[in-house]
Design a protein around this ligand. Structure first.
Ligand code: JFZ
Length: 444
């Protein structure tokens, strides 16, 4: 009896008779391919986030902290902002160069903005002329060029697609942001906007072969709206069952989502103020971070984080079992900022040497601490000492059966004492590394 009632209820819900606002794709069961790709995602750990669009021309307008949000932060009227595509001509864009750099950086995937909040599509969309092929002198589909090169060089490509759209006439009623932008729609049909968004997603999932997944963002602009996520997620999982869906809604994952992201905070931390969720243990995790203070290109922002800081953040993220998605905001000419390239190459060199302690690992037996983090791969545990003066390091609550304990960098033995509470490592100062002193435990 109960079973029939549940079936009837689901049917009614689907038939829209009962407008139950179920967030996500109820009953979603990830395909075998999807589960495989989640393993791939967790094994490969490190990707390049790319915020690139017509806003890159403005370069933040000479103000710190403004880049991809300049239309909203400066209330640039729609009619004026629509002039930007006419200036967008990234003749220096070289997909092969970008992807080769990504590989040398030790990165395994790219997540690039297919459309950000300004509504401009960075690919050849058939349902809107507001795109790079139809509205710019450049006229080429950079996502298509990038995907070809990614396939050639074995790099996966994900798309960051904004649900929020300050430009589309049917994104109505407007939400929390961009209220003062002149020329925004004063009427419109919300369901038509959802349909438009789903059509563009269908384009992204049918025009470029298999993609890594979709990185959604922006539903926080209208938290009470019916985003019909069940339709959107079901569409993506129908077109590409292996594609990973994630949404930057700063909540625990909804059904139909295949990974959980943390924006500019390590999982469980909340320095940004909007990362006040728990940590899902059901789906892979990813932390995204900027190299300076903004996502899109900002011409004055020189607040570059150090190679040490970024590498240590990647290691701490891996200590939580989370990927690290490190961002660059390409310049309007299509080139990656040389300062960012230098940083990425330096991190790449560290990974060239220490990649074994990151790639293919999962979160370690000891969650990240002040002094560092741990990662694990089979019976190998990597203790990452990131911030320690040397001498002895006590790790309480961890009592491994150790076969060997060695310093990763020179293979020399590490003295390990067992105590009632846990273990004590002896770390001679001369053994300490500037970025990360990795101690490798081979367990019995
Ligand atoms: C979002 C975007 O707005 C931003 O442009 C960038 O793409 C980043 C990766 O993601 O950033 C946000 C989103 C929501 C909040 C803050 C930053 N929020 O809800 O406070």
């Amino acid at each position: 009896m109960k079973h029939h009632f549940a079936k009837a209820l689901t049917f009614l819900a689907f038939a829209g008779f009962l407008t139950i606002n179920v967030l996500g794709q109820e009953g979603y069961v990830p395909s075998a391919e999807n589960l495989e790709n989640r393993e791939w995602f967790q094994d490969n750990k490190y990707g390049l986030f790319v915020h690139w669009g017509v806003y890159s021309i403005m370069g933040g307008g000479g103000e710190q902290g403004i880049a991809e949000w300049i239309m909203e932060r400066k209330n640039i009227p729609v009619a004026q902002y629509e002039k930007l595509p006419g200036f967008f001509n990234p003749v220096e864009f070289d997909a092969a160069e970008w992807v080769s750099m990504v590989k040398k950086a030790g990165m395994k995937y790219i997540t690039i903005t297919s459309k950000h909040h300004d509504g401009f599509a960075m690919y050849d969309s058939k349902v809107s002329d507001y795109n790079i092929v139809d509205a710019t002198p450049y006229g080429k589909d950079v996502l298509g060029l990038l995907k070809k090169e990614c396939d050639k060089q074995g790099i996966k490509l994900f798309f960051y697609h904004s649900q929020l759209d300050w430009h589309h006439p049917d994104y109505y009623p407007i939400g929390r942001t961009g209220k003062e932008i002149e020329g925004r729609t004063q009427s419109g049909d919300w369901d038509s906007y959802i349909e438009y968004m789903n059509t563009q997603l269908s384009e992204l999932l049918t025009q470029y072969g298999d993609i890594g997944g979709i990185w959604f963002d922006g539903m926080w602009d209208k938290p009470d709206a019916d985003w019909k996520l069940s339709e959107t997620y079901a569409l993506i999982h129908k077109l590409q069952p292996g594609a990973l869906v994630g949404s930057n809604h700063h909540k625990m994952p909804y059904p139909g989502e295949d990974f959980m992201m943390f924006e500019r905070d390590l999982p469980g931390e909340n320095s940004m103020g909007f990362n006040n969720t728990g940590i899902s243990d059901q789906v892979p995790l990813e932390m995204c971070e900027t190299m300076n203070g903004s996502w899109g290109f900002n011409i004055i922002d020189q607040n570059y984080k150090s190679v040490k800081k970024l590498t240590q953040t990647m290691v701490r993220a891996a200590g939580y079992g989370a990927n690290f998605l490190l961002n660059t905001g390409p310049m309007p000419n299509g080139m990656i900022q040389p300062e960012n390239v230098d940083t990425l190459m330096a991190i790449g060199q560290w990974l060239e040497r220490h990649g074994e302690s990151i790639y293919g690992t999962r979160k370690g037996p000891v969650i990240p601490q002040e002094w560092g983090a741990t990662t694990q791969k089979g019976n190998m545990v990597y203790i990452h000492v990131l911030d320690h003066p040397g001498g002895t390091l006590e790790i309480a609550g961890y009592k491994p059966k150790i076969k060997t304990a060695q310093f990763f960098d020179d293979g020399s033995d590490v003295e390990v004492k067992k105590t009632k509470e846990g273990i004590i490592l002896t770390l001679p100062k001369e053994k300490l590394q500037d970025i990360d002193t990795v101690v490798v435990l081979e367990l019995k």
